[in-house]
Design a protein around this ligand. Structure first.
Ligand code: MN
Length: 383
């Protein structure tokens, strides 16, 4: 059997490193073709020496010589820069492109990979938040499957496998609620960066951990679900489920609800995206129901978690609004991580940015690029 060739964009991040664990566990089926990273050159060198890909790319061009030097004794092609990153995904032997980079930077390489007819294992949800309509059209045009890696969307996907054209009534995304689930607005005023980085269930990168604490992540996931599964905004719902045992649910036209459950381990959805439609063995821990205790559910509160309300508004209005929200959010999350603004100021600045960037009903690719630039500058000026 020919091994599937995988390109991992963002290989030094949380998803990237866990994807490499999956590939290692199933080395008889998968092989790393390309690894790319933004900044962490030392880690990329280590991964390259271990997995011996055809090519590596470092986005930050100033780190090219370090990378090149360190891999001199190996037959690995070394590239640097955004352009190289966009080109590497088009390499003929690649079967699957795992998009696991952070934020807006995922958009262009994902578009290129779709046009080169690669299967997309999508972890970079911002791609669908920013330009879901465009991506969905391209995937249809080029007949490219987009397989979700996000745990909630993998759960939904697993619930609809085998359902054919059966009508989906509602998609119910579960949310852990983050570390501040029970905090009052007053308490939220003074929460710190350190507290926000303590996610109760999942170990993830810094950006998504903050997005989980503000519930922006859940709002983005609602937008992501809408495009991935072709449903209307009113058919997507979020529910707080702190135990994170149910990873999401689908309600069908007869009222039946299917739920996908398991332990919180990202290696499972990553592996399913690689192996679909097959299931492979896994060394992940098994869920022990007797040790689970109670499963509880609660309504999310858009008053305390305004980012969720802002993302929902963006989902319903569409156009370039989700792109504006995403750009402003990337700016404020970075500023919060640098302790330049408070937790609640993040929502204030996003809201102000929305009111100042002009709305475009049916944006083309160039409009997204422009909107992203404009919204970032505006949000920066509001810090
Ligand atoms: Mn998720």
């Amino acid at each position: 059997m020919r091994k599937k060739q995988i390109a991992i964009l963002g290989s030094t991040g949380s998803i990237g490193t866990q994807a490499l664990q999956v590939i290692e566990e199933h080395a008889d089926r998968y092989e790393v073709y390309a690894l790319t990273a933004n900044e962490r050159v030392e880690q990329l060198i280590g991964q390259a020496r271990k997995f011996l890909p055809e090519a590596v790319v470092i986005a930050n061009e100033s780190k090219y010589s370090i990378l090149k030097e360190a891999l001199n004794d190996l037959p690995i092609k070394v590239y640097a820069g955004e352009e190289a990153l966009c080109q590497i995904v088009e390499s003929q032997p690649i079967d699957i492109v795992l998009t696991a980079m952070v934020g807006y930077s995922g958009l262009k390489p994902t578009i290129n990979a779709i046009k080169a007819r690669k299967v997309i294992a999508l972890a970079n949800k911002e791609t669908l938040v920013v330009a879901g309509e465009l991506i969905e059209q391209l995937a249809r045009e080029y007949r490219v499957p987009i397989l979700p890696v996000d745990s909630e969307h993998s759960a939904v996907f697993q619930c609809i496998v085998g359902e054919g054209n059966n009508e989906i009534e509602k998609i119910i995304l579960t949310a852990s609620g983050g570390p501040f689930r029970n905090y009052s607005l007053r308490e939220l005023e003074s929460v710190t960066r350190g507290q926000a980085l303590q996610h109760p269930n999942w170990k993830m990168g810094a950006k998504i951990t903050i997005d989980s604490a503000t519930l922006m992540n859940k709002g983005f996931e609602m937008i992501e679900a809408r495009w991935l599964f072709g449903v209307k905004p009113e058919q997507v719902e979020a529910i707080i489920h702190p135990q994170a045992i149910i990873h999401s649910m689908v309600q069908f036209c007869d009222g039946t609800i299917k739920a996908q459950m398991g332990v919180a381990d990202m290696r499972m959805p990553i592996q399913y995206a690689f192996s679909y439609p097959d299931r492979l063995s896994s060394s992940c821990r098994r869920l022990d129901f007797a040790a689970c205790g109670q499963l509880t559910f609660d309504k999310p509160d858009p008053q305390r978690f305004r980012n969720l309300a802002l993302a929902c508004e963006a989902m319903f209005k569409g156009g370039n609004l989700p792109c504006i929200v995403n750009a402003a959010n990337e700016v404020v999350v970075a500023a919060f991580l640098q302790e330049r603004i408070s937790f609640l100021q993040m929502s204030d600045i996003i809201e102000k940015t929305i009111s100042k960037v002009s709305f475009i009903h049916t944006p083309a690719y160039e409009d997204y690029v422009e909107t992203d630039k404009e919204a970032r500058l505006l949000a920066q000026s509001l810090l």
